[in-house]
Design a protein around this ligand. Structure first.
Ligand SMILES: [Zn+2]
Length: 196
């Protein structure tokens, strides 16, 4: 399958709900003692397997890994290259709240998730317009947008809130005019001898 043709799958509401739910569950494993910003992701493969992942931070801050990249790397390391969709979930602690106990598990428990308020629409509005953080759909960082782009500009991306509501977008909308693998295959460099 052409890499640009991937994604934009017409998923059933049940499949989407399941993917969102899995991303919500995955964020409970987040290791984020520094940012307190718990993120989970769930990736639907071409044959309907689901891989999940969370963010993993490090005392050397710049070594921290986002949930989206962890999730995609897990699936790729199992042999997958083609994906239908990815769902992303987040939960932000209140200031001063400790998310990790001595055993490394998150606490306190997540707020109860209800899957009732479903908003299914392609993103016509920038995610920053959705209000303050507690009411805001999560938005992947620039690095993760490029990482997802590697596996298809039309990969569907579901951005959710803690209450389970979500918006549907895709990599092209999140990263317009992007650079991808096919750009490297274009012969743009003339064969000029490297001699001086
Ligand atoms: Zn990221």
């Amino acid at each position: 399958m052409d890499i640009k043709a991937r994604g934009s799958m017409l998923l059933s509401e049940e499949t989407v709900k399941n993917l969102i739910q899995k991303s919500q569950e995955a964020k409970k494993q987040a290791y984020c003692p520094y940012s307190k910003f718990r993120v989970g992701a769930a990736l639907l493969t071409c044959d309907d397997c689901v891989y999940t992942g969370c963010n993993v931070e490090n005392a050397c801050y710049n070594l921290g890994m986002c949930a989206e990249r962890n999730t995609i790397s897990k699936a790729v390391s199992e042999g997958y290259r083609s994906f239908k969709a990815i769902a992303i979930a987040r939960y932000t602690a209140k200031i001063g709240q400790n998310l990790t106990n001595a055993s490394g598990k998150c606490e306190p428990a997540e707020p109860k998730i209800t899957m009732t308020p479903i908003l299914l629409s392609v993103l016509p509005i920038p995610v920053s317009k959705f209000g303050d953080m507690k009411d805001q759909f999560i938005s992947p960082c620039g690095g993760c947008r490029q990482f997802m782009r590697e596996f298809g500009a039309s990969l569907d991306v579901y951005l959710s809130k803690p209450d389970g509501s979500y918006v549907k977008t895709n990599v092209s909308e999140l990263l317009p005019n992007s650079f991808g693998p096919e750009d490297l295959s274009a012969k743009q460099v003339l064969n000029i001898p490297n001699k001086y």
